[in-house]
Structures are given as structure tokens and as C-alpha cells.
Design a protein around this ligand. Structure first.
Ligand code: OAD
Length: 257
């Protein structure tokens, strides 16, 4: 026989089964390039952003890859190598630490692995991962998706399991974002929703903010005002991620009082 108590003052549910289990509030965090900026990975659309220097359509599209695969591989090989030279920052670490108090799910648009390296245990990469490779014939073929050492460049002629040219496991512009359905479900089910360091201009990912129920506490950490304005119902913590996460923790403590 299992018993369940809901203790409103604690705002969490305690369930007693054969083993004692504590269910925590669900904190869903949606991150973008801004959270990794202080680790030394440039964002895309700020001054000095990646898409100011490079042509996104040439380097992040299937058409670009077909036209000049070497240029695309060079671009991603450099980013893959760079990942070995950067470290998670305070913002990544605070989110990992919040797992002591919340059931934390990270939904990230970032292709780096800094959330995992900081210790976050539940991370969904909406736009792929630099540490993996896949087939250029069928990006989502599970037989072809595999970890690939970051210090080994992907070269022309390297083959996936289906015999096609190996490519980075990255969602390029125009490609299907296969994690969206699960991400939207998690946002709908959340108790608290936090958005950090994304311009919210790339869809469908940006549309996740619309799945958050209106009564849910919602926070957005970004040092800048977003071009599209603050999404409805969000408290804006106007700071860099490394500072904003400390303010977020203070506000979460307030919610618990
Ligand atoms: P953007 O470069 O579009 O937006 C970065 C956001 O981070 C902006 O709102 C900045 O104000 C904010 N920012 C800058 N520095 C920050 C800091 N230190 N702390 C917190 N926020 C900071 O990046 P994304 O929104 O992540 O897609 O871009 C979305 C997608 O566009 C990326 O996933 C990528 C790109 O094309 C793919 O690669 C498929």
C-alpha cells in the first residue's frame, strides 16, 4: 500500500512506497547561447555573434553542405575542438545544483555539452550535439548516430553506418526538430519555467514559451531586452546568466515561503 501526502506549505508532494520517495516541484529550464557566453562560446546574434561573421545558410543548411561540404566540416570541426577548451560556468553549475531541491529538466538549443559537464542529469538538446555524428542520408537513423571524439576531425570520405558521408549531429535550418513534442510536453507539465540566454527568434524552439500555463511562475534571464519583447507573464531578470542565476535562486526561495 502506498500513501501520498500533499503538503501545501512545502509546495511538494511526498509519497511513501516501499522505499521512501520525495517528489519535487518540476523546474523546466530552456537555455540558449547566452548561458554559454561566459564560458567563451560566442552567441549567434549579438555583436560579434557567429552569424555576423559566418553565413548561416552556407554553414548550417543541407544545401550549404551539399554545395561545400569541406567548409561545413571545417566550421563544425573547429567548434568541436573548441569545446575541449572551454568549461561550464557558474550558471551551468547553479542549474545542476538546483537538482538537490527540484526535479530539473534542461531543454537547450545549445550544441555544447556544458550542462552535462556541470552535472545536470536531464538534458534535451533540441538542436543536436557537437559530440555526435550521423548519416548525411538520414540524420535521424538511430543506427548512424554515435558519439565521436571531439579531437578527431570529421573528414570527407568518413562514412556513417549506412555508407553515406558522416556529418555533424546538428539540426540545420529547415530540418525537423524531433525533440519539440517532448519539450512542449515538459513545459506544459512544469511547476516553474525559466528561460536563459536566448533571443527567441528561431522556431519552432522559440514557441516553447507559449506552452507554459499562464498561472505558472516564469522567469527570463537575459542582460538585454528581447527584440520581440518580454513574453507574457515572465519576470525579467536583466543580467548575464552567471549573475542572473543567483537572483533566480533568491526568487525561487521567495516562492517557497
Ligand atoms: P542568439 O545569439 O540568437 O541569442 C542569444 C541571447 O543571449 C540574446 O538574447 C542575448 O541578449 C543573450 N545573452 C548574451 N550574453 C548573455 C549572457 N552572458 N548571459 C545571458 N544571456 C546572454 O542565440 P540563441 O537564441 O540560442 O541554432 O539562438 C537560437 C539558435 O540559433 C541556435 O540554437 C542556433 C542558431 O542558429 C542552430 O545551430 C540550429
Amino acid at each position: 500500500m502506498s500513501k501520498i501526502w500533499v503538503i501545501p506549505s512545502e509546495k511538494c508532494i511526498f509519497a511513501e512506497t516501499e522505499n521512501f520517495i520525495v517528489m519535487r516541484q518540476k523546474l523546466v529550464v530552456f537555455t540558449g547561447a547566452g548561458i554559454s557566453a561566459e564560458s567563451g562560446i560566442p552567441t549567434f546574434r549579438d555583436a560579434n555573434g557567429m552569424w555576423g561573421k559566418y553565413d548561416a545558410m552556407k554553414l548550417a543548411s543541407v544545401e550549404g553542405f551539399e554545395e561545400d561540404p569541406q567548409a561545413v566540416l571545417d566550421f563544425y570541426n573547429a567548434r568541436r575542438k573548441n569545446l575541449l577548451e572551454v568549461e561550464p560556468n557558474h550558471a551551468h553549475r547553479v542549474l545542476a545544483d538546483l537538482e538537490k531541491r527540484y526535479d530539473v529538466t534542461i531543454i537547450t538549443q545549445n550544441v555544447d555539452n556544458l550542462h552535462e559537464r556541470a552535472g545536470s542529469s536531464k538534458v534535451l538538446h533540441l538542436h543536436g550535439e557537437l559530440s555526435k555524428v550521423t548519416s548525411s542520408r538520414n540524420r535521424l537513423d538511430p543506427n548512424c548516430i554515435k558519439e565521436y571524439p571531439l579531437d578527431v576531425p570529421i573528414q570527407l570520405g568518413d562514412k556513417a553506418a549506412d555508407g553515406s558521408q558522416l556529418r555533424p549531429y546538428i539540426v540545420w535550418f529547415g530540418e525537423y526538430v524531433d525533440g519539440m513534442e517532448l519539450a512542449a510536453y515538459w513545459v506544459q507539465q512544469a511547476d516553474i519555467f525559466v528561460v536563459i540566454g536566448t533571443s527567441l527568434v528561431v522556431y519552432p524552439a522559440a514557441g516553447l514559451v507559449d506552452y507554459a500555463p499562464s498561472e505558472m511562475p516564469k522567469f527570463l534571464i537575459d542582460p538585454n531586452d528581447l527584440k520581440g519583447g518580454l513574453p507574457t507573464g515572465f519576470q525579467h531578470i536583466k543580467a548575464k546568466a552567471v549573475e542572473g542565476v543567483d537572483e533566480l535562486v533568491r526568487r525561487l526561495e521567495e516562492l517557497e515561503k
